[in-house]
Ligand binder design. Structure first.
Ligand code: DOR
Ligand code: ZN
Length: 335
């Protein structure tokens, strides 16, 4: 049995920089036609110059693969209209991180008050630049995303022309917001469709499944599955594949992030097949993103086949999700 995916896209991807970039970029560029590249480098991407330089390093790491890196800027509340007008030529979106909420977010925003964000939001609205949001407060870890819901509602109502993408949603509450506000969209990761908090910390602690936002309750995962498997028109796949060296994962002070890029399509095919909706995977991994971002991706056919894939235990010094386990689907070829 085969499954052909046309131009699969990963709409939330961490490629990092330097040696790590060289390891992970080819793993995404092999099986995806493009991806939204996150700007949370150690020094976040806030200027056109650093963005262009980073894009070139990404391209160098990809080599000859047919893959379009869709670049993003790290949100700042004092971007001017003129700056963003120029930046729009190079970017697909801007990513907002609350201060200190996750990896490399110390330059994130410390006030979510509309008045403090208005300048950048107004310019983005006028220029039609999508806003990507890491939606968590600093509250109790299981409630952070739900608490951020009122912020999403304020953003959505105050800037009705702004396309707001709730990144890596993990709760039923966020799923419900999709139908309440026309300008709210969402990405969903592979790992949040598969795991709950029990898989992270219910038995022996699994640091490789520790991420932000933390995986939630079974009913939250059910809500995510319902919109992903039936491909709600406002959701799309974004892996949030977030590699860290093994030494930073298997340690006290474990870094947040699940590394899924090399197994994402194989695992998604497994999940969609298990639920009898394999034919819906195309829309989840490509068609919805094309429509939501209003762009035409590079043409690429990824052929998967029903053949066991044994996930490597390590990619250099990075442990992938499903390390050492078998998946029933593998990638046959890419054209
Ligand atoms: O688990 C996560 N890892 N969540 C994020 O939001 C950031 C990411 C990273 O960059 O490591
Ligand atoms: Zn992320």
């Amino acid at each position: 049995m085969e499954l052909v995916l046309n131009s699969p896209l990963d709409m939330h991807l961490h490629l990092r920089d330097a040696d790590m970039l060289k390891i992970v970029a080819p793993l995404s560029s092999y099986s995806f036609a493009g991806g939204i590249i996150m700007p949370n480098l150690v020094s976040p991407i806030t200027s056109i110059e650093t963005l262009v330089e980073y894009k070139q390093r990404v391209k160098d790491a990809i080599g000859d693969d047919n893959f379009e890196p869709l670049m993003t800027l790290f949100f700042k509340s004092d971007y001017t209209y003129d700056f963003l007008k120029e930046a729009k030529k190079y970017i697909s979106a801007i990513k907002l991180y609350p201060f200190g909420i996750t990896t490399n977010s110390k330059d994130g925003v410390s006030s979510m008050k509309i008045e403090d964000l208005r300048q950048t939001f107004e310019a983005m609205s006028e220029l039609n630049i999508p806003l990507l949001v890491h939606g968590e407060t600093n509250g109790f870890v299981m409630d952070r995303e739900k608490e951020f819901g009122s912020v999403y509602e304020q953003f959505a109502t105050s800037f009705p022309k702004l396309k707001i993408i709730m990144e890596h949603i993990t709760t039923k509450h966020s799923v419900d917001l999709l139908d309440k506000y026309e300008n709210l969209y969402a990405t969903i990761t592979l790992h949040h469709l598969l795991i709950t908090l029990d898989d992270v910390a219910g038995g022996a602690l699994n640091p490789h499944l520790f991420c932000k936002p933390i995986a939630k309750r079974p009913e939250d995962r059910e809500a995510l599955l319902s919109v992903a498997l039936l491909v709600h028109p406002k959701v799309m796949f974004g892996s949030d594949s977030a590699p860290h060296p093994m030494s930073k994962k298997e340690s006290c002070g474990c870094a947040a992030g699940v590394f899924t890029a090399p197994i994402a399509l194989q695992a998604l095919a497994t999940l969609f097949e298990k639920h009898g909706v394999l034919e819906n995977l195309q829309a989840f991994v490509s068609d919805n993103a094309k429509r939501i971002y209003n762009f035409t991706p590079i043409k690429k056919k990824v052929v998967l086949e029903k053949k066991l894939f044994t996930t490597p235990v390590l990619y250099k010094n990075i442990v992938p999700m499903f390390a050492g386990s078998e998946l029933p689907w593998s990638i046959k070829n890419v054209r």
